[in-house]
Design a protein around this ligand. Structure first.
Ligand code: XMP
Length: 506
């Protein structure tokens, strides 16, 4: 595996993903927490940063055990760092160094093999390397950036001022491959199949004959985590799937059947009524979330106690939830992100935690699921919030409102599938607004509910843009909703991006 030392660049996770696409496992660690056991890493990459190496509080990393001992690649800040603090010089750049540029080669080197002259690279920095460090040898330049790529003679140390990890650096992946496979001699053998094999093996060792409980949500992560554990420990995995009454139309029965078909030892618990009682009269979004979280814990805990002698709790936590992030305000303090679903689980269950997916990105979770033969339909499902339709019904929740929204949502989602748009959208759903408006149906005046449709593109939910769905699609869907769903006489489409809006309305 290889180590990526993070200086807080927005692209660090992309480096990790590109490396993994080469079938090489990579881990991100903060620059100020270099792992002590460096032997396990075959190569090291220094990321970019929002910081300047010239700033008084520039991020410093201890490279004593790395420089000259391990293959090392500095990217952007990493490249400037290697220059500035090792006999070179970094200064403010006089020309704009953002966006596309084209490489021209100064030296032939293994590092640049397979890359055409003129290859497009992506720059994003306001500092520039004015003078190479000691023993530095220039490899490539662009029109505005003389020292775009260099190496250190006598070491396997390379540095580039552009970002090989971004899509717009056409040969970025080739560069990473040259560095990792040709120069660092890393074997690219990390694949979904090998991950499954190793993880199952490791889970068997870790858990032995113990019993494990896991909460299934119908989503990709918990389902794949369950399959891995199922492969490893079979019937000792006890899955619990809670119906909170706020799922999509028919979702509870369909998904439960699907889980049973996969051979999972799963218990469905219909607690809709309990959730509805807890939600009665609540219209504040955070109070609704809290009520749902609380009841879920109660229900899950009751069910978990039904399993005798259980010692483990399995969770579908994934890598972005556990990466320690370098805080944007600088300073050496690192913050740990916690997943909003994970934080809510009760202490008093006192179970040991097992998280088989905590090293994977979302797309890798899907590939692992595929390699275990899981249905594409299940793996391709849109994300769905834990509190479900409760945060898509603005204001208080009643069974009637839930049922109206389920019908509207079903028309929207089914049409997306019918029009072959479902897989092009990252997340979609309908929102029931606390607004009545006047309409006319036949000769009669109506005064009924308004719904909003929302469909967004995103990669991680942190930023999102609305999807440009075809007018014909919107027309057909709006017609069908108003004709079929009693109580709705108006449909609108949400055209807000995140930020400044959010994906959900509450
Ligand atoms: P927002 O609305 O914050 O949503 O832009 C970003 C992503 O998070 C999901 N979301 C939630 N998921 N519990 C969850 O499990 C919640 O309370 C919650 N709120 C938002 C949302 O569906 C989107 O994918």
């Amino acid at each position: 595996k290889i180590l990526i030392l993070d200086f807080g660049s927005q692209y660090t996770q992309l480096i990790a993903r590109r490396v993994r696409e080469l079938n090489i496992y990579s881990e991100i660690h903060p620059f100020n927490k270099v792992p002590t056991d460096l032997d396990q890493y075959k190569a090291i990459i220094l990321s970019g940063s929002p910081m300047s190496v010239r700033s008084e509080d520039a991020f410093h990393v201890d490279l004593n055990e790395i420089r000259g001992k391990k293959p090392l690649l500095g990217v952007c800040y990493g490249a400037q760092y290697l220059a500035h603090f090792h006999g070179g010089e970094v200064g403010a750049s006089s020309t704009r160094e953002y966006g596309r540029a084209n490489l021209s080669f100064v030296e032939n080197d293994l590092f640049l093999e397979g890359i055409e002259a003129g290859s497009q690279v992506w720059m994003s920095h306001s500092d520039t390397i004015k003078q190479l460090p000691e023993n530095g040898m220039l490899l490539a330049s662009t029109h505005d950036v003389k020292n775009a790529a260099y190496k250190i003679q006598g070491e396997s140390t390379y540095a580039i001022q552009f970002h090989p990890e971004v899509y717009h650096s056409t040969d970025g992946k080739q560069l990473l491959e040259n560095f990792l496979i040709k120069i660092a001699n890393v074997t690219p053998d990390w694949t979904p199949d090998s991950f499954v094999e190793e993880t199952v093996d490791q889970l068997q060792k870790q858990i032995g004959e113990d019993r494990v409980v896991l909460g299934l949500s119908g989503g990709v992560d918990s389902s794949v985590a369950a399959m891995l554990l199922h492969k490893a420990i079979g019937k000792n995995l006890y899955c619990i799937f809670v119906n909170n009454g706020l799922l999509r139309k028919d979702e509870y029965t369909q998904v439960l059947k699907q889980y049973e078909g996969m051979g999972l030892n799963v218990k469905g618990v219909d607690a809709s009524a309990r959730f509805m009682v807890a939600l009665k009269g609540l219209s504040d979004p955070e109070l609704k979330r809290k009520a749902i979280g609380r009841v879920f814990i109660e229900v899950f805990d009751d069910e978990a106690h039904e399993v005798k002698n259980v010692t483990w709790l399995a969770q579908g936590t994934i890598y972005p939830d556990v990466i320690e992030s370098v805080s944007a305000t600088g300073g050496p303090s690192a913050t740990i992100k916690s997943h909003h679903n994970v934080g809510g689980l009760p202490d008093f269950m006192k179970l040991k935690i097992v998280e088989p997916l905590k090293a994977l990105f979302k797309d890798e979770v899907r590939r692992v699921g595929k390699s275990m033969g899981m249905a594409a339909e299940l793996l391709g499902r849109h994300p769905f919030p834990g509190p479900g339709l409760a945060i898509r019904i603005l204001g208080d929740i009643t069974p009637e409102k839930v049922s109206i929204l389920q019908e509207v949502d079903a028309v929207f989602i089914n049409n997306l599938k019918k029009w072959d748009l479902y897989d092009k959208v990252w997340q979609a759903g309908a929102i029931l607004l606390p607004v009545n408006s006047v309409g006319v149906m036949g000769d009669e005046r109506t005064y009924e509910k308004c719904v909003a449709l929302r469909a967004v593109e995103s990669t991680d939910g942190m930023t999102a843009d609305w999807v440009n769905l075809p007018y014909e699609f919107l027309q057909a869907t709006s017609n069908e909703i108003i004709n079929k769903v009693k109580g709705v006489n108006r449909v609108v489409y949400d055209i807000s991006s995140k930020p400044p809006a959010t994906i959900e309305w509450e």
